[in-house]
Write a protein that binds this ligand. Structure first.
Ligand SMILES: [Zn+2]
Length: 393
């Protein structure tokens, strides 16, 4: 990630250092740097001599106003939009409810409209816009830019999202899986900034994970890595679409947690575990009861923290990670009751023992994490040499 390397060097970085950091050839780095200078994305600064007689090194810095990217995160409940500058700072932010009954075409028309108003409000030159990064629930076809059939997005089946959104906006579009984008966003600007190996655990309508190992974002063969929804956490838990019981996806969905609260008698039977909007409202009610000190509500949340910790332990030990970051709408709501409990349980279950510290943290980017990640992927792709180059137009 070339831009990332320059961005992380506030005092500037030389071409030689970029060669060392990226493993690319001096010629490739020189070509990319030339293109970026021409595109006004980086500026040359001081020239440094290393004492000897060699050629002085010229320090390169990003011009934050040199390029921007839009990030969109489509969650089944909420759409989040950000406009990111080259420093990775959010210039504009917007969110709106995902229309539940609308056809994908109508949703994409709304996305187009939202992107346009985001860019207009910021008053940036349209030519400075590198593209749109779109984070979608999986499964997706990354190569062809198609949303296949995410379980929580009814009506979305084989939607050629990349081509359709490119046609609407006239901008290059990059489609990636939501949890992959979130892991990238957290690494780019959030809690896992500076960590080479990290696990991001997303808790929303669906549950998934994004993994970065030695600075390499794990996408898998098809770009759909991180689907952990069927890890079993509760042997007597609710039935799952896969035929098993107590999979983490159904157990820790808003509806799943609400069911536990209903069974414990702290929420009324009518709280509704079928309707997502009702389940969200009931989860807010449960959180409010816990905030008021209701012992049964607190006990329900302690139990669910245990289920979450089982999944988290598996992931932490599988990857042998330095940091676990938790985020997503459900996490944001319940973090006050979950963070310490999950953190303690995961540490107790750490197979490597004291052979390396583990940081457990909540997201530093809130609901923007997926959108920030998607936008940062666009900025990085624009200047990453690869056979199917994503061209800056
Ligand atoms: Zn299952």
């Amino acid at each position: 990630m070339l831009i990332d390397t320059i961005r992380r060097s506030p005092n500037g970085v030389s071409r030689v250092e970029l060669v060392e950091a990226t493993g690319l050839s001096p010629q490739t780095i020189s070509n990319i740097v030339r293109r970026m200078i021409d595109a006004r994305m980086i500026v040359e600064g001081e020239r440094l001599r290393d004492g000897g007689m060699g050629k002085p090194r010229t320090l390169l810095r990003l011009d934050p106003t040199g390029a921007y990217a839009v990030g969109v995160h489509l969650d089944p409940r909420v759409m989040t939009f950000v406009l990111l500058n080259l420093h990775g700072h959010v210039i504009r932010h917007m969110s709106r409810a995902t229309p539940t009954a609308a056809a994908p075409d109508d949703v994409l028309a709304q996305v187009h409209e939202a992107v346009r108003s985001l860019v207009d409000d910021a008053g940036i030159e349209r030519t400075r816009l590198t593209g749109i990064g779109f984070a979608s629930p999986g499964p997706i076809d990354v190569e062809r830019g198609i949303v296949l059939d995410p379980p929580h997005l009814p009506g979305w089946r084989n939607v050629p999202l990349r081509d359709q959104l490119t046609r609407l906006t006239g901008l290059p579009v990059l489609l990636d899986k939501d949890v992959v984008a979130a892991a990238v966003g957290e690494r780019w600007a959030g809690a896992s900034l500076g960590y080479r190996t990290s696990v991001f655990l997303y808790l929303g309508t669906g549950i998934g994970t994004g993994v970065v190992v030695d600075d390499y974002v794990v996408r898998g063969v098809s770009g759909n890595a991180g689907d952990i929804g069927h890890l079993m956490v509760a042997p007597d838990g609710p039935p799952c679409s896969c035929g098993a019981r107590g999979c983490v996806g159904v157990t820790l969905s808003p509806a799943g947690i609400v069911s536990q609260a209903v069974a414990a008698g702290v929420l009324p039977e009518t709280s509704g575990s079928e309707d997502p909007a009702l389940a969200d409202a009931a989860l807010n009610r449960l959180s409010a009861l816990a905030a008021g000190g209701n012992p049964t509500a607190l006990e329900v949340l302690r139990t669910s923290a245990g289920f979450l910790a089982r999944t988290a332990k598996t992931l932490v030990n599988l990857v042998d990670t330095e940091i676990l970051v938790l985020g997503g709408p459900t996490w944001t709501l319940l973090a006050p009751y979950w963070l310490d409990e999950v953190s303690n349980l995961v540490r107790e279950g750490l197979v490597r023992g004291d052979l390396g510290a583990l940081t457990v943290a909540g997201t530093a980017l809130g609901e923007d994490v997926g959108a920030i990640g998607a936008a940062s992927l666009v900025l990085d792709h624009a200047f990453t040499p690869r056979p199917t180059a994503f061209v800056l137009n």
